[in-house]
Design a protein around this ligand. Structure first.
Ligand code: PLP
Length: 394
């Protein structure tokens, strides 16, 4: 008998819906074909709904991974010598710092112990006393720690200080609440393989008016051609008007998948998807507690809904992972250096949160693997915790 394909429960790439898989695996359309133009235009419109950016937000759909979106943010918004403030909550915030420094930014980092978020009061203080800053950068959910920041107060502080606010949503967009227009965020980006639920390969971002203006007002040399969003604006405008255009070949198969994937996310409105996501996350948190597992994020308030970053229990080590894999579920090891050997990660975002059977398989694999590792756990109680959590509104 053929081994069944393991269930992919890492923090991206994620399991695909049948609709997304079909759209991505059809023969790739040409970049000026009517079908592609329609998919591109509709994806732009649907991104505005998922990002809640209002009509003035400008979506960009670029071929590349989430890190490309980070590069584009830095390349367009930062001129050599500009000061940037980075709120550090894990590995990916530190990557943002590294990228910003390559573009000549003078970066100030505000940090907190692993599993925590720097205090808003401290961020306010730094913005007021140590500015002027050009931009504030934060990671909505850092995939190395599972820590979630609350973007809303950060957006407000940034506005008050006349600073741009930029959020890495690579492990959050479409899985965590983000009200771009209401909060006044200036740039929010993601990669296709996380909570958007596509294969890897698209960098997706929405720039607000202030961000677009900052790029136009740039005095330093323009960014590299491919990274310069001015290169991409005319084709995005054209596609939105359902006209053919060319700057560089879009990832046409992925754009077909994007149209479908965003459509599925918006099927009952973004609010409904966020509720499904939050309920799945809360049910899993309750389940992990039943199994005696503890979390890297220190409080529930700073725990992201899109993944679980868990500590190995007493007497259990990384040999747990192959034991979970042997039960048909792939999870990920630790990433942040401080908890690399002591933690592991399980992604639950995108299409997966709409599939209670997937979540149940993950819980059964986890419970079985823990038992095999010598932990005293009750697999039936774990499954019961999951099911009662999924049954009630979050
Ligand atoms: C995955 C991830 C990235 C990097 O995305 P790639 O697609 O791997 O380049 C950046 N930030 C966060 C928060 C992520 O989870």
């Amino acid at each position: 008998m053929a081994t069944p394909t393991p269930l992919l429960m890492i923090p991206g790439p994620v399991e695909l819906s049948p609709g997304v898989l079909a759209a991505a695996s059809a023969p790739p359309p040409g970049h000026t074909s009517p079908r592609l133009i329609e998919a591109f235009g509709r994806s732009i419109e649907r991104m505005r709904e998922v990002w809640r950016c209002g009509p003035s937000g400008q979506p960009f759909i670029l071929a590349g991974s989430g890190t490309l979106a980070m590069e584009v943010a830095a390349a367009n918004l930062v001129e050599p010598g500009d000061r940037a403030l980075v709120v550090v909550t894990g590995y990916f915030s530190e990557r943002m710092t590294a990228i910003l420094r390559r573009y000549g930014a003078e970066v100030t980092e505000v940090t907190a112990p692993v599993g925590e978020v720097p205090a808003t009061s401290e961020i306010r203080e730094i913005l007021q006393r140590r500015g002027p800053f050009k931009a504030l950068f934060a990671t909505h959910v850092d995939t190395s720690t599972g820590v979630r920041v609350n973007p809303e107060p950060l957006c407000r502080l940034a506005r008050e200080a006349g600073v741009l606010s930029v959020f890495d949503g690579v492990c959050a967009t479409a899985g965590e609440r983000f009200d771009m227009a209401a909060w006044g965020a200036d740039l929010y980006f993601t990669g296709s393989q996380k909570a958007i639920g596509l294969p890897p390969g698209l960098a997706l971002m929405v720039a607000g008016e202030r961000a677009l203006t900052a790029r136009e007002a740039r005095k330093a040399a323009p960014p590299p051609l491919y990274l310069d969003w001015q290169s991409w604006l005319p084709i995005h405008h054209a596609y939105e008007e359902r006209k053919p255009s060319y700057f560089a070949t879009p990832a046409t198969s992925l754009v077909m998948a994007l149209e479908t994937g965003l459509g599925e996310i918006l099927e009952n409105g973004i609010e409904a998807r966020l509720e499904t996501q939050a309920r799945a996350a809360a049910a899993l948190r309750a389940t992990w507690k039943t199994l005696g597992l503890r979390f890297v994020p220190k409080t529930e308030e700073v725990t992201g809904n899109t993944l679980s970053v868990l500590l190995f229990p007493e007497g259990v080590d990384a040999s747990l992972l192959p034991r979970i894999a042997a039960r048909g579920v792939t999870v990920a090891g630790g990433l942040h250096p401080a908890v690399k050997a002591t933690s592991f990660r399980l992604g639950h975002m995108g299409y997966t949160v709409t599939r209670p059977d997937y979540l149940r398989r993950a819980v059964e694999a986890m419970a079985g693997a823990l038992q095999e590792s010598g932990a005293r756990v009750d697999p039936e109680a774990a499954v019961a915790a999951l099911e009662s959590g999924l049954a009630v509104p979050a």
